[in-house]
Design a binder for this molecule. Structure first.
Ligand SMILES: NC(=O)c1ccc[n+]([C@@H]2O[C@H](COP(=O)([O-])OP(=O)(O)OC[C@H]3O[C@@H](n4cnc5c(N)ncnc54)[C@H](OP(=O)(O)O)[C@@H]3O)[C@@H](O)[C@H]2O)c1
Length: 334
């Protein structure tokens, strides 16, 4: 039987739903029947850059689903288990940084915006029991990125003051929730009053809406130990917001590929600028442990059927969401 999947074809501008041959598990692999799959900016970017593709791709890095088949060499009974997928492939042995061969599920390896996806056995983990399928599917890529940015790279300690720039995005929303759960005082910048209210409901103590004179308002909130930025914007305002010896962790470039900094602020302020991407297998397990012992839930802005994949990508592109947009791939998932 064929499976349904979102496909981005070279030269197309949007994903379309097609019927494909179902994938088979090779050695060391499992097949996951996808219940729900999160959408990330990576997926949207792949669709926008489809003119650069040499071959069609099935995008998608996040999923919650059930193991439906395994490779011949897989030991133990994993078939039927409800799992989430760690989208980081081949991180390697060094928790400090991934190996050169590191890849994200969904490109080039076929991803989760499909009824079936094949991943290495070590990339599936029990799905958090207290989360619905849609919530669990929202978690992996953005959640592990936020976790590593705060904990492994940001070295966040309870009681510290954290600023999340662009606080409504997928990664940023997890960052607000995780940092608050770890005992930090969290503030955000965001693009509307509505999004600011949402951030406060998720655990932020407050923040500023980026409109006229927002940087003056930000300064009135005092200095921060840690700033998280996924946009690449406003570093001339973010570095002065740090206390001496503070850290800025950069994880994205939504608003631009380059940032300029005042070197005097950097060295006189004894500041650290740290980059981070995704997370190690250890980070992923630590995130799941944290979720199991916490009460916050991933924010699912909307969960839409696979047939609406093109509209869902457009919705993420427009950035009106708070949290994550999720595809419902199988009927009957939670
Ligand atoms: N390094 C990694 O491993 C990794 C992993 C995941 C994502 N990323 C990258 O991180 C970025 C965010 O990803 P995401 O999935 O969280 O995206 P997203 O859900 O689409 O969120 C984007 C958010 O960025 C904020 N933003 C946009 N322009 C901004 C600006 N000029 N200044 C400040 N904030 C701005 C907006 O939030 P407000 O409306 O609240 O301002 C927007 O909602 C992307 O560039 C993505 O590629 C990197």
């Amino acid at each position: 039987m064929l499976m349904r999947a979102a496909v981005i074809r070279p030269g197309s501008t949007e994903p379309s739903v097609e019927e494909l041959e179902p994938p088979m598990a090779g050695a060391g692999e499992v097949v996951v029947g996808v219940s729900c799959a999160g959408i990330n900016r990576n997926d949207v970017r792949a669709a926008a850059a489809a003119h650069e593709l040499a071959v069609p791709i099935v995008p998608g890095s996040d999923a919650c689903g059930t193991v439906v088949a395994v490779g011949d060499d897989i030991i133990g009974n994993v078939i039927g288990r409800r799992v989430v997928i760690d989208p980081g492939l081949d991180w390697g042995d060094d928790p400090r940084a991934p190996a050169d061969r590191f890849e994200i599920l969904g490109y080039p390896r076929p991803g989760t915006h499909a009824e079936l996806v094949v991943v290495p056995r070590e990339n599936v983990h029990p799905a958090p029991e207290r989360l619905t399928d849609a919530e669990a599917a929202a978690l992996p890529l953005a959640g592990v990125t936020a976790w590593r940015a705060l904990v492994a790279r940001g070295e966040l300690r309870a009681g510290e003051r954290v600023l999340v720039h662009g606080g409504s995005g997928g990664v940023a929303t997890f960052a607000v929730q995780i940092a608050a759960a770890l005992g930090a005082q969290v503030m955000v910048t965001t693009s509307s009053e509505e999004k600011l209210r949402a951030a406060v409901e998720l655990g932020a103590e407050g923040g500023v809406v980026r409109q006229d004179r927002w940087t003056e308002e930000l300064r009135r909130h005092g200095s921060f130990d840690l700033v998280l930025d996924s946009s690449g914007a406003d570093w001339d305002q973010l570095l002065p917001a740090l206390r001496r010896g503070g850290r800025l962790v950069a994880l994205g470039r939504t608003a631009g590929d380059t940032a300029s900094i005042d070197l005097h602020q950097l060295f006189w302020g004894q500041l650290d600028i740290r980059g981070t991407s995704m997370g190690s297998p250890q980070d992923f397990v630590a995130l799941l442990d944290h979720v199991a012992s916490s009460s916050w839930r991933p924010v699912v802005h909307e969960a839409v059927p696979l047939d609406m994949v093109a509209a869902a990508y457009r919705s993420v592109e427009k950035m009106g969401h708070t949290g994550k947009v999720v595809l419902r791939i199988a009927t009957g998932g939670s």
